[in-house]
Ligand binder design. Structure first.
Ligand code: NAD
Ligand code: DO4
Length: 488
């Protein structure tokens, strides 16, 4: 039985205390499945609130960095235990705030628990190497030092996993953190912060400031006392964040958009390929950076694949993510719904052929939500907007090709390079795909979505600033290497 209460008012978490925005202003976080429901009221903070959080983090950094990795890790283990205990409540907040189904939200929350435990363990692992000096009487080794205060700017689509996969490594490697969540999922962020508070994280080590990205996010990116900025979000915003950090010589990490292809080879298991296309492209209402959007099919199996795909898509049930009968929830906001509908219109205007969906979701129980039908186009040309631009919604573009070489060429015909899949039984085709596909995550006989916390994750081309998150790759961003030479 969940204890989640709607319409509560939430605060910022600064220096170990829950405090309202200086202005006292709040704004409602709306349930995308029912626009009449206010999930909670969240602070609309100002720069003065952000500055207070950075000052608290800077002060706390002095002692936090002096703890051992194991000591810092104990706080993360505790936070994981609290989050696990409160997983149902946090998952419900997520579903109500951004619409993904409750099972997906619960899975993501438990993924956050696993990430916390992974990085808690990192506190006991080596962080440097002994390197032989040419001076036989000297000792030379490397060590790593934290960046100081790290700014975390997170999107709304994975409101638990992404803030945690940034915050946990930042903390374990000795940094303190100011988290700026997406305003659309600020209630969920506050619930996660409550778990850290209950775990006893020292005051100032981890801070939460809620507000508009153009105010709080930009101030965080520009703040002279913030040593590193880790951003996940759109390319438009990422460029601004990276530019602001670069201008003041701060370290920055940007993970951004995707336009992810799946290739269906002539020898693919079509039932599995259809399942992966639907799951990868439409789960979370297509609102994953790794979501499938281009479906590239060898012509020999095009008609058979298309028939299976359309038949399965007809079975998809739209509905409130809190309802066990719903397979696909609403778009996360009215703005997101309008963006998706505008791309669907653009696809038709540019000559693509609409095979399924294409309209706002309607019917009993959908009236007050931001629903869109799962949508499939065919006859999609590489110059079309729906083939080139990130839609971030449940829209699939079918493209027919005559060979594997043509398929990989079509898959690479993109400014993005985040995730890509191929369905084939042919080892040679697999190896060619692994070698020639320009994407940070390439998956064989698996959907394009599905990031594992222990492996490096990040994009190529315009999808990333080319560092990697997660796994042991995270240490490269959240620390600086010092080479030490010692002579008696
Ligand atoms: N590559 C990845 O790992 C990954 C993961 C999830 C989402 N994404 C991308 O994120 C996008 C969807 O998320 P979104 O709509 O929250 O993105 P967004 O860029 O609109 O917002 C991301 C974050 O930036 C903040 N922000 C907004 N304007 C800002 C500014 N001027 N300065 C600083 N911060 C600002 C927002 O408040 C939010 O917290 C999609 O493009 C998706 O592909 C990428
Ligand atoms: O939205 C980007 C993150 C994708 C992800 O975590 C997944 O595919 O599992």
């Amino acid at each position: 039985m969940t204890t989640f209460q709607i319409e509560q008012t939430y605060s910022n978490y600064i220096n170990g205390e829950w405090v309202k925005a200086t202005s006292g202003e709040t704004e409602p976080s709306i349930n995308p499945a029912n626009r009449k429901e206010v999930v909670g009221y969240v602070p609309t903070s100002g720069v003065e609130d952000l500055n207070r959080a950075v000052a608290a983090a800077k002060e706390a950094a002095k002692d936090w960095r002096r703890l051992s990795g194991a000591e810092r890790g104990n706080y993360l283990f505790q936070a994981a235990n609290v989050l696990e205990r409160r997983a149902d409540e946090v998952a419900e907040a997520m579903t109500r705030e951004m619409g993904k189904t409750l099972p997906e939200a619960k899975g993501e929350t438990l993924r956050g628990v696993a990430i916390l435990r992974y990085y808690a363990g990192e506190g006991m692992r080596k962080t440097g190497d002994v390197i032989p000096s040419t001076d036989s009487e000297a000792l030379m080794f490397t060590t790593r030092v934290p960046l100081g205060v790290v700014g975390v700017i997170a999107p709304w689509n994975f409101p638990v996993a992404i803030p945690i996969w940034k915050t946990a490594p930042a903390l374990i490697y000795g940094n303190t953190v100011v988290l700026k969540p997406a305003q659309e999922t600020a209630v969920t962020a506050a619930k996660v912060m409550e778990c850290f508070e209950e775990a006893g994280i020292p005051a100032g080590v981890l801070n939460l400031v809620c507000g508009r990205g153009s105010v709080i996010g930009s101030a965080l990116a520009e703040h002279p006392d913030v040593g590193g900025i880790t951003f996940t979000g759109s390319n438009e915003v990422g460029k601004r964040v990276g530019g602001a950090a670069l201008a003041r010589g701060a370290k920055y990490q940007l993970e951004m958009g995707g336009k992810n292809p799946i290739i269906i080879a002539a020898d693919a298991d079509l039932d599995l390929a259809v399942e992966a296309t639907i799951s990868g492209g439409l789960k979370s209402t297509g609102q994953k950076c790794t979501a499938t959007s281009k479906v590239i099919i060898e012509r020999k199996v095009y008609d058979a694949f298309k028939e299976k795909l359309l038949s399965q898509i007809q079975e998809i049930r739209l509905g409130d993510g809190m309802s066990s009968g719903s397979w696909m929830g609403p778009c996360a906001s009215e703005g997101q719904l309008n963006t998706v509908l505008s791309y669907i219109q653009k696809g038709q205007d540019e000559g693509a052929v609409l095979l399924a969906g294409g309209k706002r979701g309607d019917g009993p129980g959908l009236e007050e939500g931001f629903y869109v039908q799962p949508t499939v186009f065919e006859g999609v040309e590489s110059h079309m907007s729906i083939a080139r631009e990130e839609i971030f919604g449940p829209v699939l573009a079918l493209i027919a090709v005559d060979s594997l070489e043509e398929a990989i060429e079509a898959a690479n015909d993109s400014d993005y390079g985040l995730s890509a899949s191929i369905y084939t039984q042919n080892v040679g085709a697999m190896l060619s795909f692994i070698r020639d596909m320009d994407a940070g995550l390439v998956r064989i006989n698996a959907e394009t979505a599905g990031v594992e916390l222990q492996a490096p994750f990040g994009g190529m081309k315009m999808s990333s600033s080319h560092s990697r998150e997660q796994g042991q790759a995270a240490i490269e961003f959240f620390t600086a290497i010092k080479t030490v030479f010692v002579k008696s």
